[in-house]
Write a protein that binds this ligand. Sequence first.
Ligand code: FEO
Length: 393
Amino acid sequence: MKITENIHYVGVNDRRSALFERLWPLPYGVTYNSYLIDDEKSVLFDTVESTFFPRLLKNITEVLGNRQLNYLVINHMEPDHSESIALLRRYYPQMTIVGNKKTLEMIQGYYSVCDNTLCVADGEELPLGRHTLSFHLTPMVHWPETMMSYEKSSHTLFSGDAFGCFGALNGAIIDKDMETALYMQEMVRYYACIVGKYGQPVQKALQKLKPLTIERLCPTHGPVWEQQIGEVLAEYNRMSLYQAERGVVIAYGSMYGHTEEMAEAVAAELAAQGIKKIVLHNLSQSDSSFVLADLFRYRALIVGCPTYNGGLFPPMEQLLSKIASRNVTGRLLGCFGSFTWAGAINKEMTAWSEKLKFECVNPPIENKQGVTADTLAACRALGKAMADKLKEA
Ligand code: FEO
């Protein structure tokens, strides 16, 4: 499929995998995007998971026929994009693999391929004929070797994972030809799960890209962005600065409904105080990726769960661990929970809140057995305190 006269989309849709990185649910599928520039020298940007290699090869040969592929540029080495390198080499033995020093080391490490490679440095250029590429190292967006490739005549940036999202493509490739609301939503979830830890490197990359005129963003997942480049860059800037809007995500675990009753009391008071964006996630139902996405949207996090084996209810422990490893800053935190004979919420939640470095608006509320009137009053007080804090900002 043509993106411009000479730039072709040759990527694939994956509607088979249940989990991305065998971790993150894919309710709408995902794409592994590959792009081909057909010039005097042809160049392919990134490959696909090896299961989809036959489809990639078919897409390439539809453009090239029996002509050689001259270059393969590897912007990112995570196997969802690199897994077909060795296979492609068998079909195009003369193809030169282009990457930076770290990329080429990884290609050797993963695939034992080390011949016919071209090592490029930051800012280096590669002429193709009418098109010229320049390479821009953007480490840790999402791995240490990640780089972006810019095509100067068409102002096209091949950006790797950056600006990508979950969601298979349903016919159209370019944003202007489709409804993009779901992809924008899935971009936040993708960012929160995959790139969220690396806010500072993303900021560095965004600064580095500023001098480039960009008319087209070609990421390795999701649509090509032409019409909504401004919106996509602004969203990346916001997320990498950990900025969030006035809203609350309440994540709770509840075995028999007592902690859930507390969560609903907190939510009702937040709503009564005029907070309009409130999302509740029952951790036995909601996957943590959706909670993380909401954490990257909203300024306040309120967590509650029962005591379990003297610690936190396991889905809560897992969620807090995922949050802690994402370096999220500038959030407000509220905590509550329940127990039957020995409460662990106060101790455990206090320890987590110190680790997360969020601003706590209350000492953790602990309810013993059936939910008492005092507990419900404390939950309403938490809702009010959180609403007041949000209004201050
Ligand atoms: Fe889509 Fe970091 O790989």
